[in-house]
Write a protein that binds this ligand. Structure first.
Ligand code: AMP
Length: 420
């Protein structure tokens, strides 16, 4: 061990477990890729102001959890705590919305940073795959995203997750509800911090996890009862489309998410095997965000799924992903000349698209065969001086244990056809 350890609240992804992590990322991305979403990558940091305005001045994410820094040039930057604000910023900057092809559908994958109290499933550095559909107000788009997330989880074999769905209304009906909620909340016995929150962001009080607060919230007015006709019709259509797709969801009239930019459709994916940190993903519609960060009106919807927690959900369900071994052929040279010859064979295999690895360090047959086994390779190629004198190598099928001599100049083609 060195003097250093991974910083608090972070962990390293190392083989072989890291393979499952990569596979989860790919499984989430796959349905997006085949549904018209293009890949976008934005910087790991942005101006603090983008998140303050976008995510919301009064959210925990902005007030408590951002890693901020001042550059030598005096700019105030923050490590990105989430993806949506950055992706929308980038889309606006590149004028993607002006190319006449709305919605602009984008997907991303990357690292996010929040200064949170670490615990299982909650880290200071975590990984998300996300999707945003920018510039269209169409319930089918909201439904598409929910269906694609469901498809991604199912493709991994996950079953014990639930989809919670709510509508947060729009700029017409939300203010009416907000006032009603504020009136209700002001009558409760709450600490000073929470009282302040009533003025700034009363919906967030509903999200308070403390028991004594939750008990008092039992009779709180619900947004569903205040939705305007347009929001209700929109929400009903989203629900109908999801239902028609055979995706099961639960109405959760108390679902508010920790980000200020959501309007109308909001949803969360929770997994029942994860304890306190049960949200594996979440998202919703953010019709006002573009204007909040200085852009034109661009109604949009998106989600982000947590890769770390999806991996934990797989563990909780006892699912081991069936990943093909990374290496197909492992070469074991015995002696100097064999080292040169087999190294050339491995290089040729790789160039022809066969995943191959080599026993380095001039090790003996026994320890080299151990590495061959561990690599998961289906075939091992072994050659010693006598083999080379005869112009052959020994080709071993690691599954059957059978071994045969194959002409050196034929072995690459033979392996390619065996593996095809
Ligand atoms: P949020 O933007 O907070 O809704 O986050 C979306 C998803 O990212 C969550 O459902 C989690 O799966 C994941 N996530 C958020 N914060 C963390 C964290 N601190 N550690 C691990 N995963 C996280």
């Amino acid at each position: 061990m060195s003097t250093f350890k991974a910083p608090k609240g972070t962990y390293d992804l190392i083989p072989p477990q890291s393979a499952a992590f990569l596979a989860v990322r790919e499984a989430i991305a796959a349905p997006l890729r085949s549904s018209g979403y293009g890949y976008i990558e934005t910087p790991g940091f942005e101006s603090v102001e983008l998140f303050a305005r976008g995510v919301g001045e009064s959210t925990d994410i902005v007030t408590k959890e951002m890693y901020t820094l001042t550059t030598k040039g005096g700019s105030e930057l923050a490590l990105r705590p989430e993806g949506t604000a950055s992706v929308l910023r980038a889309a606006l900057e590149a004028n993607l919305h002006k190319l006449g092809n709305l919605p602009v559908k984008l997907w991303y994958s990357g690292s996010y940073y929040r200064y949170e109290r670490p615990q299982k499933g909650r880290y200071r550095h975590f990984s998300q795959v996300g999707a945003e559909a920018i510039g269209a107000e169409d319930p089918a788009l909201d439904a598409e995203l929910i269906i694609l997330a469901d498809q991604a989880y199912r493709s991994l074999g996950l079953r014990n997750f639930r989809i919670l769905l709510n509508s947060l209304g729009d700029k017409e009906c939300r203010p009416v509800y907000r006032t009603a909620l504020q009136d209700f909340l002001r009558g409760l016995d709450l600490d000073e911090d929470t009282r302040r929150r009533i003025d700034i962001n009363p919906l967030r009080v509903l999200d308070d996890k403390r028991d004594d607060v939750q008990k008092q919230l039992v009779g709180a007015p619900l947004l569903v009862d205040y939705l305007c006709d347009a929001c209700r019709a929109y929400h009903d259509e989203v629900r109908a489309l999801i239902t028609a797709a055979g995706v099961v969801y639960e109405d959760d009239p108390r679902l508010v998410r920790g980000l200020d930019y959501y309007t109308r459709t909001t949803f969360e994916f929770v997994h029942d095997g994860l304890g306190a940190q049960s949200a594996v993903g979440g998202g919703g519609r953010y019709d006002g965000l573009s204007e909040m960060i200085g852009g034109p009106s661009l109604p949009s919807v998106g989600w982000a799924l947590g890769v770390d927690r999806t991996v934990l959900a797989l563990e909780a369900e006892g699912i081991t992903l069936e990943l093909p071994p990374a290496t197909s052929v492992f070469a074991v040279p015995l002696g100097e000349e064999a080292r040169r010859v087999l190294f050339a064979t491995v290089t040729e295999l790789r160039r022809k698209g066969v995943a191959a690895d080599f026993s380095y360090g001039g090790r003996g047959l026994k320890s080299a065969m151990k590495s061959a086994n561990r690599s998961g390779a289906r075939y091992t190629v072994v050659a010693g001086e006598r083999d080379l004198a005869e112009g052959v190598v020994q080709l071993k099928d690691m599954e059957s244990g059978e071994q045969e001599a194959v002409a050196l100049d034929a072995v690459v083609d033979k392996l390619r056809s065996l593996l095809a």
